[in-house]
Write a protein that binds this ligand. Sequence first.
Ligand SMILES: Nc1ncnc2c1ncn2[C@@H]1O[C@H](COP(=O)(O)OP(=O)(O)OP(=O)(O)O)[C@@H](O)[C@H]1O
Length: 301
Amino acid sequence: MWAIEAKQLTKSFGKHKVVKGIDLQVKTGEIVGFLGRNGAGKSTFINMLTGIMEPSSGSYALLGVQNANDAIKRQVGVMPDYSSLYGSMTAMKHLSYLAAVSGKTVSREWCIEVLKLVGLEEHANKKAAKFSFGMKKKLALALAIIHDPQLIFLDEPTSGLDAESVIHIHQLIQQLHQQGKTIFMTSHNLDEVEKICSRIAIMKDGSIKRVGSMEELRAYYQSTITVTIKHSSIRSTDLSIIQQWLQQVGESLEMEKSHFTIQVESEQKIAEIIRALGTYKIDIYRVDVEEPSLEEIFLEE
Ligand SMILES: Nc1ncnc2c1ncn2[C@@H]1O[C@H](COP(=O)(O)OP(=O)(O)OP(=O)(O)O)[C@@H](O)[C@H]1O
């Protein structure tokens, strides 16, 4: 069963098509990182899935149920915008109120447990108005999990948090993952996504451009492998021949005094270059292969 299945999901505001027919499937138990530049359409897409916005066309299913009804939404947790918290309500009150809205009665002990999970246990009876930005974020995260949902949507769960809190929240997300929950999270922190997400979806201009595990994304971008080979002196006659040959084998060739760099399509090409240099009796001291980082993949999209 898919935890999330979107079929040709589309949203327009007037003539502006913001989400352009997205097809996406998320497996149960996955942590999927949802990336995209500001304005790409991520929030609009999530707002449709979580029932905040009506799609213009297309359909979706959550946990196998089409156009999720109220009953299924009890199994879905959404991290609210921290600015929508009630200033006059304490953290505890927020939790019991939101659980009730989701159709669940929760014990005081469970609320304390959830506050502990997000690192807010010492502030249980403090009003949200007195919370710092980071504390509000943590409370928003607690609200997403208070009713023990199976599918959790998180919107930049760690942005603006201090380093210690970020580690803490990452551990919490891993813990939820180990319990079999499905997590769909937006983030602008590429290191975070690479570290904790099992798959990554990259959105651009209202469409999903690429989806896959880090290994799958890297495999797709193998053409950007950079090979750096340090070599000893090459006779100038050989140098121009080698240079010409390299230009045919790869791209972006840069010849320096003691090394050159080139971008090649495959590992096979690297082996080919090393063999060819051998025939010119060039001593190779070092070969560096740089795989594309998520940042490079993201920027290419
Ligand atoms: N209610 C609305 N009415 C009109 N246009 C909207 C509305 N909501 C969003 N948009 C437009 O839709 C586009 C996508 O916005 P969206 O908030 O989905 O992007 P995002 O990828 O979540 O961006 P960010 O990373 O900044 O949160 C933007 O051009 C935005 O101006």
